[in-house]
Design a protein around this ligand. Structure first.
Ligand SMILES: Cc1cc2nc3c(=O)[nH]c(=O)nc-3n(C[C@H](O)[C@H](O)[C@H](O)COP(=O)(O)O)c2cc1C
Length: 220
């Protein structure tokens, strides 16, 4: 499975098999996260076999079942772009996990912060978590806004790279599937913006990762 296929195949999965993540997959994920931390300056942590964080009333209401592994996206509070950075590098892990045969779900609200097993320093913030495991299903494709609402170029006039990036951006997970982003072509780059706060900034990072990974062109 290549990156574009992984972006297409990824959907939120909230119900997992009661099957621990294999030793081989644990090792791969731990290595990948340490590499991503080196590149991003974040302090992302993976917590295995911990049922409490996603067993709250809120989590059950959101239909999470057997979600006993998760990735905590933690970073320095003082980073001005912490949420966007969390989205970009978290999505890099999500897509790599999809390629390994694991399923995921971004979670900004429906988890217990109090029961999160991550070590969070005084200068750090837990931005959100990502549930991870072997899904009971592969999830379902979300509805997307049309091109015309998400970018400034008519579909017929898009260069091949821009269209590939747009398709991957439209498949990106966003909080409540709100897709509050807008893409403009600026020469060989894409300018992606949002007018939303908090979660929309995480979404922005996620969308930028998908666009860059599928198009091979930089997003600013
Ligand atoms: C930043 C962010 C926060 C999210 N928070 C939650 C959450 O608290 N609870 C939940 O059930 N899903 C959450 N989601 C998952 C979204 O509902 C889901 O990504 C969106 O509906 C699109 O569906 P898809 O991921 O299957 O493409 C979140 C997604 C993102 C990107």
């Amino acid at each position: 499975m290549n990156i574009r296929e992984a972006i297409r195949a990824r959907h939120s999965v909230r119900q997992y098999k009661k099957e621990p993540i294999s030793a081989q997959d644990r090792e791969k994920l731990t290595e990948l996260i340490s590499e991503v931390n080196g590149d991003s300056g974040l302090n992302i942590q993976i917590i295995f076999d911990e049922p409490k964080c996603l067993d709250s009333v809120l989590a059950r209401f959101s239909k999470f079942r057997n979600a006993e592994n998760y990735i905590a996206i933690v970073g320095d509070k003082s980073l001005a772009d912490l949420n966007e950075r969390a989205g970009y590098f978290g999505e890099k892990i999500v897509i790599a996990a999809q390629m390994m045969g694991l399923n995921t779900c971004w979670i900004g609200g429906s988890f217990s912060r109090k029961n999160c097993g991550a070590a969070i320093g005084d200068d750090e913030k837990l931005v959100c978590i990502i549930a991870i495991g072997y899904g009971l299903n592969e999830g379902a494709r979300h509805k997307s806004k049309p091109f015309a609402k998400l970018c400034d170029i008519p579909e017929a006039e898009m260069p091949v790279w821009f269209k590939a990036g747009m398709i991957a951006a439209m498949m990106a997970p966003t909080a409540l599937n709100q897709q509050k982003f807008f893409v403009e072509m600026q020469g060989e780059e894409a300018l992606i913006t949002t007018n939303g706060g908090g979660m929309a900034q995480i979404d922005l990072g996620i969308v930028k990762y998908n666009f860059e990974a599928a198009s091979g062109h930089r997003c600013v």
